[in-house]
Design a protein around this ligand. Structure first.
Ligand code: FAD
Ligand code: SF4
Length: 508
């Protein structure tokens, strides 16, 4: 039987070498990968993010070719590159004389919409297939929470533990509890030495020079002779091994800790490898389960991130897009301060969190949630600007995971679909979980005055101005009672101080 020649598109975050597409080379299949201005320019990205995706795509192409597959690769500076999906696909179908088009279901709403529209206009038959990556279907969260306003991660996570029989014994959670989170909230006390982060010395000079030559706008820093992130599956597996051998045992305990001397502590830094699909979430979970003699608290704490949070945020994304991208529950409109792009601030916690984000295109969850995210929310920054920053700055930032964490979890702009209360905190939290306040220009104990920590008055200002929207939230009741007991003249001074800070956030 004659088989139609088929063009199969692989997007930059679809580098899943275990996909059934690649089980054996077939003469009638041409795989297509493309670096495009539509992807470098839809938001301003960290230079390492663009380089990382392109380097991993090139690595994946090499792997496909080594396995005998036919691949056309359009580099950004290729003369044939039309720089957008539609024109490139049309060109390649003609150039390669293909009679069919196939693509994997995109994870970003933007690309999903675009490819659906393009496919419908093509003069050839087309097919969309699964990426064979996630552990849940796109609509599984939506179905699970049908009719509910709030989507709580915990029941969905338990559903997945049962579905995949993970950490279960005779239908009951191993260790007697589903969740060991209360063991996992310690600051870093130096008791356990932190191994230096495992980094690679990838040479990416050619890609960096190409981006510069094409005048692609980006920000952040890069050493193109020593690109630290994994750019192929071999390196991703090495990083996974190192995490399990050297970090997993202490991951949970110090998961929320922040330290001026250590930028990633016991975190895995696997998000880039997972989000590009170089690693499969189940192989990460199985590696942790099989190879590690660590405590149930440590194991459960890590597995909850991958099996629970990661699948859950993806499901929330598909349940609420495109409306999610416009949500602004508090009506925040302020401009994102310049120091998010420069780290030039006297606030030590923000300086450190932004500085390492600019240096490594990485910050761990608590930096993102309780430092940069918390500040943006209590200062009243417009969620669109906060989203653009997070979508650009991190090596792992793909919209399906970025936006639910940013707009939902950190900014509460979704009005409580994912979080039961806003993650707002004063200096007290940062002081407890880090060593940042010791070296800070500001005093974490003071609410007003020139040296008072800005988080303190901005925190109360946020609570007071949001009271009409939060007063029914029973989890906020205690904080409002604390405020109500504060003498009126002190309340006024705190709000006046916050007002003066908000008038010029760039001066902080
Ligand atoms: P670890 O702490 O080692 O956790 C292991 C893995 O669990 C991660 O690699 C990740 O795949 C998964 N995971 C952990 N927490 C979450 C979560 N909340 N949501 C989804 N998956 C999770 N994660 C991204 O992958 N891309 C983003 O763009 C992104 N943006 C974020 C923005 C904000 C404001 C916040 C608060 C969180 C964001 N996260 C994002 C979630 C989380 O912070 C990162 O996944 C994590 O910091 C990546 O580092 P790691 O690989 O060392 O994670
Ligand atoms: Fe951050 Fe305030 Fe502590 Fe300074 S005092 S590090 S600004 S929390």
């Amino acid at each position: 039987m004659q088989t139609s020649k088929t063009l199969r598109l692989i997007l930059g975050d679809q580098l899943n070498s275990h996909h059934s597409w690649y089980s054996k080379p077939e003469r009638h299949i041409v795989f297509a990968m493309m670096e495009m201005r539509q992807e470098t320019d839809y938001v301003k990205h960290h230079i390492q993010k663009i380089v990382g995706f392109f380097a991993a795509m090139r690595g994946f192409t090499d792997w496909l070719r080594s396995r005998g597959h036919r691949v056309v690769y359009l580099a950004l500076d290729d003369d044939d590159n039309r720089q957008n999906l539609e024109e490139n696909i049309t060109f390649l179908l003609r150039d390669q004389q293909c009679e069919c088009f196939e693509y994997q279901s995109p994870d970003e709403y933007r690309l999903d919409q675009q490819l659906t529209a393009i496919a419908a206009r093509l003069p050839v038959p087309y097919q969309c297939v699964d990426t064979e990556h996630f552990l849940t279907g796109r609509d599984e969260v939506k179905e699970f929470f049908r009719g509910k306003k709030q989507y709580l991660m915990e029941p969905f996570y338990r559903h997945l533990r049962k579905k995949y029989q993970i950490l279960l014994s005779k239908g009951k959670p191993v260790g007697g509890k589903w969740n060991f989170d209360q063991h996992n909230r310690q600051s870093y006390d130096g008791a356990v030495p932190i191994p230096a982060p495992m980094v690679f010395n990838n040479r990416v000079e050619a890609i960096a020079a190409m981006l510069e030559g094409a005048d692609v706008k980006s920000f952040g820093r890069i050493d193109p002779r020593r690109f630290i992130w994994p750019i192929n599956r071999g390196q991703a597996l090495q990083q996974l091994d190192e995490f399990i051998d050297a970090r997993l045992a202490h991951f949970g305990t110090y998961q929320d800790a922040m330290s001026g001397d250590h930028w990633s502590l016991f975190h895995s830094r696997l998000s880039f490898a997972l989000n590009t699909k170089m690693l499969h979430p189940m192989e990460v979970i199985e590696a942790a389960l099989k190879r590690s003699p660590v405590s149930i608290a440590a194991l459960e704490g890590f597995i909850r991130q991958i099996l629970g949070w990661r699948e859950y945020v993806r499901g929330v994304y598909w349940a609420h897009m495109p409306a999610y991208a416009d949500m602004n529950f508090f009506g925040h409109t302020a401009e994102l301060p310049d120091f998010y792009w420069t780290a030039a601030t006297n606030m030590n916690c923000l300086k450190i969190a932004v500085e390492q984000s600019l240096t490594h295109a990485y910050a761990h969850h608590i930096h993102r949630l309780m430092v940069t995210g918390n500040f943006a929310m209590i200062a009243g920054i417009a969620p669109d600007q906060v989203d653009d920053w997070y979508l650009g700055v991190y090596i792992d930032a793909v919209q399906w995971v970025e936006i639910v964490n940013t707009r939902g979890m950190s900014q509460y702009a979704d009005g409580g679909i994912v979080a039961t209360k806003p993650y707002a905190a004063s200096a007290n939290y940062i002081q407890k979980m880090s060593d940042y306040c010791k070296g800070c220009h500001y005093s974490c104990k003071q609410k007003i005055g020139e040296r008072a920590c800005p988080f303190n008055s901005l925190y109360w200002d946020f609570l007071v101005r949001s009271r009409p929207k939060l007063k029914k939230n029973f989890r906020m009741g205690m904080m409002y009672r604390v405020w109500d007991r504060m003498p009126a003249d002190q309340q006024q001074s705190v709000l006046e101080h916050a007002g003066s800070l908000k008038a010029d956030l760039n001066a902080l």
